[in-house]
Design a protein around this ligand. Structure first.
Ligand code: PBG
Length: 334
């Protein structure tokens, strides 16, 4: 080559990308199957039932859920997050079904605990699968979501979940003070070993739509439910940091950011500001959009799954809750 512009180019980053061996040697972020948690939906009875907006996700009755648990373990996935889809006639304004000893999610937890001792069981704590209005808490007379009465219910839900064999309770309601209250009540009840994964920075996101179809909390023919009086504004990272640090002080064992993809800056900020393990939830809408594009032949599904999940880990998440967990685990070597 003639002497020219690149005459003295000694620093050539491409040298390390030349071969598969060099690329592997210099790999910075490595996704493991054990980083992944699979959210699952449990229903009262009947055959597995698809969710239109969530391809490959089925609502499962308990016997099918147990089988699914075995498949997940075989794939190297160590954690399941449980969400109940209860029949509409069990819903009321108080979400009273949530505090029954034999409610669906607790029955599922007991059976999973027995059948799969090594599976990590995570249970969401919030009232939206149980209320006829679809909010995560109890309503005050003026229609707003009442903070302190809701926390009273959440602490009871936590104790019931823990006694049913749940390893990690995950309050997803965004009420003030709930992490501290749950920790206190669990300890008083002798459930010190049960961990809290706090949905600390949970944003009022339009990406939850398909999930609401799956748990049946979407209000048909109405505008999407408005949770902005408790979930975070997408514009606000300082408010997110405030919530993250508060949950740490209140005794959370894990801090979660949700959704993941649109909030990777928050994941990174959390990683830099706390020593707790950080979880990020790639939510139903993030799942649906990749599937929809792939169905049109516009994106390669498996490649986009791995890239999006790896990106979440690279941003600073130790743990990723994703509906793609099963597919991703099948694609990973370890
Ligand atoms: C409810 C809850 C939601 C999700 C998890 N727990 C929805 C909401 O806040 O309306 C969303 C999960 C997803 O979209 O995958 N407390």
């Amino acid at each position: 080559m003639s002497k020219g512009l690149l005459n003295d180019l000694r620093i050539r980053p491409r040298r390390l990308r030349r071969s598969e061996g060099l690329r592997q040697l210099t790999e910075e972020t490595v996704l493991r199957r054990a980083d992944l948690i699979q959210p699952v939906f449990v229903k009262e009875e009947g055959e597995p039932e698809g969710v239109e907006s969530m391809p490959e996700i089925n609502l499962l009755a308990i016997p099918d859920l147990l089988e699914e648990g075995h498949r997940l373990l075989d794939l190297g996935i160590r954690g399941m997050a449980l969400f109940p889809n209860i029949s509409p006639n069990k819903k009321d304004s108080q979400g009273s079904e949530a505090l029954k000893e034999d409610t669906l999610v607790l029955r599922a937890a007991r059976e999973l605990r027995e059948a799969l001792p090594e599976m990590l069981l995570i249970s969401d704590l919030a009232l939206d699968p149980y209320t006829d209005h679809g909010h995560d808490g109890l309503l005050a007379e003026n229609g707003s979501v009442a903070n302190d009465p809701t926390v009273e219910v959440l602490v009871e839900m936590a104790v019931l979940a823990s006694r049913a064999g749940i390893d990690v309770v995950a309050p997803s309601d965004m009420m003030d003070g709930r992490v501290g209250a749950i920790r206190q009540r669990l300890d008083e009840e002798g459930e010190q070993e049960t961990a809290i994964m706090a949905y600390s920075a949970k944003f009022a996101s339009a990406y939850y739509g398909p999930f609401r179809d799956a748990v049946g909390s979407a209000r048909k023919d109405e505008s999407p439910i408005d949770k902005r009086s408790y979930q975070l504004a997408p514009s606000n990272s300082r408010d997110a940091l405030r919530e993250l640090l508060l949950d740490e002080v209140e005794g959370a064992d894990f801090l979660m950011i949700k959704p993941a993809g649109p909030y990777l800056d928050i994941v990174r900020m959390a990683r830099e500001r706390t020593n707790l393990p950080i979880a990020a939830y790639q939510v139903s809408g993030e799942y649906a959009q990749l599937h929809a594009a792939a169905k049109n032949g516009w994106l390669d599904l498996n490649s986009c799954i791995m890239e999006s999940v790896l990106g979440i880990k690279r941003a600073g998440a130790d743990i990723i809750l994703t509906y793609f967990a099963k597919r991703a685990a099948a694609l990973l070597k370890s």
